[in-house]
Every structure is written in structure tokens, then in C-alpha cells.
Design a protein around this ligand. Structure first.
Ligand code: PDD
Length: 287
């Protein structure tokens, strides 16, 4: 097994401990950039192209020219995975506007910075899977373009730190009316009256790739789906779950110290999780 971690930085693969970006990179100074996180299972990728397409969309939204074509990016992601020692990996891709003396305004063409790193994909513990995860809610303090996968994640970091302080796994953002928007690094879904409900795609949520997958597999299994604003105290709410590339779908059994439904991982949540895991298994075999 290879020992050293390798990163891709602006056209070269280098040992991770020698991978540097200039201090005047606009990502460092202004969080002027976007990113993606992709999961790879034994060399097989889960929805790599949709992730790269979302990266392109994020770049377009903030007027950064994509530094490589989608096919080139795909090749670089595959090479980055091969250069690193993990069987199951999460691959981080970041694009910033590039390096220039610090000034808010950009008045000349710039060369974007492209970085790819690879880490082991974390696995939820057996205990977490058995008992379900816990979350808190917080008033949404983020900006008004959450559909862009921006590297400006200060609010999300604050939310995650608060969840750590309260010994839970995630913090859910609530809008002014108390609707659940999404988590700090997850989308959030609920089962209300037997229907799978999640906030519609707008500027307040990221269009999660796993969210799409969860809705698709649920639909395929005959579960009704509704994309609408929803609240945790709705009558008939029996299950809650969160979705992300790094977690697939995980049941959420406690929110703000209150049990969701009967306080156990919900049947539909587990079914969706298992269907996604089955897809990953099939992918792994093909890969
Ligand atoms: N986070 N919403 C937010 C705010 C996110 O940061 C993420 C992903 C998601 C889920 O999206 P997807 O299913 O495409 O991973 C929703 C990644 C994993 C992260 O920042 O590490």
C-alpha cells in the first residue's frame, strides 16, 4: 500500500505535505471559490459527472472560467484517487478565482487555482446506525445563494461547532417561519403522513446529489414525494433523515433533544439508505 498522500495543485501531483497555495490566492483572502466532494468506492464513483456538472454550474454562477473540461476533470479525479492509498475515498475538488494582490474587484483575466485532495471516506459507527443520529436547529444565518457550492462556509462551520458542543451530529438551518431548509453539510428529509418531504430547490438549499438519489430510489420503491417547505412539529411527522455524499442517507432520531417519531431509525429512512447502499455495492462490483 502506498504510504504518502498526494494532492493535485495547478497541473501537478505533489506530496500532500508539499502542496501549497500562494497567500494571495483569492480563496484564502475572500473565500472566492467553489468546491465539490465526490465519493469513490473501490475505484467506482457515485455520480461523478453530476458532481462535476454542479461544479461547472457553481463556477458559472460566480463567473470563474472552468480551468479544465469536464472530461479532463474526470481524468484528474481518477488519477488523484489512484495516486492515494484509500479503497473508499472522498475526493475534494476546489476551484478559486486565482492569485492576485488583495483587492475586492477583479479587473483583469485571472488563472483559476485548481486543487484536488483525497481522504478516506468516513464510515458511520454501528452504534450511530442502530440508534440514529441527532441534530439541533438554528436560525439560518447564511447568505442568500446556498444553491452555489461556495467555499465560504463560516456559518456552516459555526453550526457544526455548535452541534459538536451539544454532542449531536448536525445542525439544521431554519428559515424565519421555522421551516427546515437543510443541514450544515447535508440535505434534510422527513416522512410526513407516509410522504417523503423535503424543501424544494431554491436559493436556500444546495441541490444535493444524494438528495436527488434519495428521491429517485424512494419514488422507485413507490413512496410518494413532495418538495415543499416543512416543519418539525407537523402532525404526522414520523421520520427524519439527512443526506450527503459522505453519509448517503442517515436516519435522524432526535432533534433539539426531542425524539422524532418513536425515537428509532424510521422504516422508510432505512429502506432508502439500504437501497443507496445496494446501488453502491453494484457500482463497486462493476468498478
Ligand atoms: N456537503 N447541503 C450542504 C450545505 C452541503 O454542504 C452538502 C454537502 C449537502 C449534500 O450534498 P451532496 O448530497 O451533493 O453531497 C447539502 C459536502 C459533503 C461537504 O461539504 O463536505
Amino acid at each position: 500500500m502506498k504510504k504518502h498522500l498526494v494532492a493535485y495543485v495547478n497541473n501537478t501531483f505533489v506530496p500532500l505535505n508539499k502542496a501549497y497555495i500562494h497567500i494571495e490566492d483569492r480563496g484564502f483572502q475572500f473565500a472566492d471559490g467553489v468546491y465539490e466532494v465526490v465519493a469513490c468506492f473501490g475505484g467506482a464513483y457515485l455520480d461523478l459527472m453530476p458532481h462535476l456538472q454542479r461544479l461547472e454550474k457553481s463556477c458559472i454562477a460566480i463567473a470563474i472560467g472552468l480551468p479544465k473540461s469536464l472530461n479532463e476533470l474526470q481524468n484528474l479525479v481518477e488519477k488523484a484517487y489512484q495516486e492515494n492509498p484509500f479503497e473508499d475515498a472522498m475526493i475534494y475538488i476546489q476551484i478559486t478565482r486565482g492569485v492576485s494582490p488583495r483587492a475586492h474587484v477583479v479587473d483583469k483575466p485571472m488563472t483559476p487555482t485548481l486543487v484536488i485532495t483525497v481522504r478516506e471516506l468516513p464510515k458511520p459507527s454501528e452504534e450511530k446506525l442502530k440508534q440514529g443520529t441527532k441534530a439541533i436547529t438554528m436560525q439560518d444565518i447564511r447568505w442568500k445563494h446556498c444553491e452555489i457550492k461556495s467555499i465560504a462556509l463560516l456559518a456552516n462551520v459555526m453550526g457544526k461547532q455548535e452541534s459538536l458542543k451539544q454532542h449531536v451530529d448536525e445542525a439544521f438551518w431554519l428559515d424565519q417561519q421555522g421551516h427546515v431548509l437543510e443541514g450544515c453539510a447535508t440535505n434534510v428529509l422527513a416522512v410526513i403522513g407516509g410522504v417523503l418531504v423535503t424543501h424544494p430547490l431554491d436559493h436556500q438549499v444546495l441541490g444535493g446529489i444524494t438528495r436527488t438519489m434519495a428521491l429517485q430510489v424512494a419514488k422507485g420503491a413507490g413512496v410518494d414525494i413532495e418538495e415543499r417547505p416543512w416543519k418539525l412539529d407537523e402532525i404526522g411527522l414520523t421520520e427524519c433523515m439527512m443526506s450527503s455524499t459522505t453519509n448517503a442517507v442517515l436516519p435522524v432520531c432526535m432533534v433539539d433533544k426531542k425524539e422524532v417519531g418513536d425515537g428509532k431509525p424510521g422504516e422508510i429512512s432505512l429502506r432508502i439508505r439500504n437501497m443507496i447502499l445496494r446501488n453502491i455495492k453494484a457500482l463497486r462490483k462493476r468498478g
